[in-house]
Structures are given as C-alpha cells and as structure tokens.
Write a protein that binds this ligand. Structure first.
Ligand SMILES: Nc1ncnc2c1ncn2[C@@H]1O[C@H](COP(=O)(O)OP(=O)(O)OP(=O)(O)O)[C@@H](O)[C@H]1O
Length: 209
C-alpha cells in the first residue's frame, strides 16, 4: 500500500479577516495527483505556500509521513519541489547558472550534465548560456520547470505550471505530471486549465459558495 506522504488536518487560514479555507482535510500519497481549484483570490496560492513551508498563516496540522512538519521540516523540504507562479529565476543569470544555484541549494553535486539534460527536456537546448532576461516569458518559465528534472523529489507542488506555456508545452507538462505520478511521485497543483492526464485526478475546490 502507498505510504501516506502529506496529510492535512483541519487546516484554517484567513486573510484580512476573510476566511480562505477552514476544516480543510486531505491526504496525498505516492502516485496521487491533487488539483486545488477555485476562483481568483480563493486562496489557492496561499494554501500552496503554506504547504511549501513558506507561510505560517494557518491553524491546523500538516503531517509528512505521519509526523508533524515542525518535527521534520528539513527532511520535508528536501523531499519537496515547489514551483511558484512567478518566473522563479534570476534574470541576469543564464538557465545553466540558475539551475546550478537550485542544485547547489539542494546539496546536489556540481555536475552540469543533469542540468543540460533537464534544459533539453524542457525545450531549451541551445539556450543554456544565454541570460534569462533575453528569453521569452514561456522560455523563462521553462527554465524554472527544468528543476523538475534535475532535482529529485517525492512531492511536487506546482502553482499554475502552465502559465505562459504554449499548447504543445501544456501537453508535455501534463505528460510529465503523469510520468512522475506513475513512478511514485505525488503532485499537488493549481491550474485554471482542464487537466488531461492519464492518472486519476482529485480536485478540491476552494471558495465554494
Ligand atoms: N501579500 C498579500 N497581502 C495581502 N493580501 C494578500 C496577499 N497575497 C494574497 N492576499 C489575499 O489573499 C487572498 C487569497 O489570495 P491567493 O493568491 O491565495 O488566491 P488564489 O486563489 O491563488 O488566486 P489566483 O487564482 O488569482 O491566483 C486574496 O484575497 C488576496 O487578496
């Protein structure tokens, strides 16, 4: 049976005296894909930032492999790959340099080969050493997404991964999500796009009235 990865119990968060979500409960195990849906401003990014350990604006419990996040924050962050909805890169650096930083921050060995492969996988072969400010919005997004392929993780948390991505790229990302889940990864994501993946998809709707 799949090990319970992430468990959220009775999560509550508010912003400016407005409740974003309350009594939110779910589990996310190996192979699961969970979409957080809801209208603009309903709290999707807020929830993902909480689960990525970037915000403490919540009440309730978050468990990773049955232990509270506080007890094993370092281990959790090492197993987690969070891609926020911003570009998430340094514009003055090249894709290669950006990813070297990301890998170094994760304590991965300095080796350009997996980084170059990751950049090729996201369609950036030939752009490895060009400053990111000279890349298009979609290409910059792809630099950030390349982290999916050079940083090992058990859990992907992806905030609007399809932003600025062309139609073919959208289908590719859907395939990456399916592949990651098929190999035992767990994925939590937000998107306004109707996901087409060959895995069972669970959806939690925030801001339901
Ligand atoms: N930095 C901030 N300061 C003050 N309020 C904020 C901040 N970030 C978000 N909020 C508020 O929190 C609420 C939830 O925002 P959040 O970004 O989580 O929504 P969302 O569901 O991700 O929206 P979208 O679909 O537009 O990305 C909104 O009402 C927003 O105004």
């Amino acid at each position: 049976m799949a090990q319970t990865g992430l468990e959220v119990r009775q999560l509550y968060s508010e912003r400016d005296d407005r409740v974003l979500f309350a009594e939110l409960c779910f589990t996310l195990s190996a192979g699961d894909v969970l979409q957080i849906a809801g209208p603009n401003g309903s709290g999707k990014t807020s929830l993902l930032r909480i689960l990525a350990g970037l915000s403490s604006r919540y009440q309730g419990d978050i468990l990773w492999h049955n232990h509270s996040l506080e007890q094993q924050r370092a281990d959790y962050l090492q197993q987690l790959l969070y891609i926020g909805h911003g570009a998430g890169i340094k514009a003055a650096l090249s894709p290669l340099e950006n990813l070297r930083w990301s890998c170094a921050l994760r304590g991965l060995p300095a080796d350009d080969n997996p980084i170059r492969s990751a950049l090729a996988k996201v369609g950036l072969r030939g752009f490895e050493e060009q400053a990111c400010y000279s890349l298009s919005a979609g290409q910059q997004r792809r630099v950030n997404l390349a982290r999916l392929f050079c940083i090992p993780a058990q859990l992907w948390i992806l905030d609007e991964p399809f932003t600025a991505i062309d139609q073919r790229g959208v289908a590719e990302i859907e395939q990456w999500i399916s592949d990651f889940a098929n190999t035992g990864g767990a994925i939590l994501l937000t998107t306004h796009h109707r996901l087409m993946i060959n895995r069972p998809l669970r959806i939690i709707e925030l801001g339901e009235r």
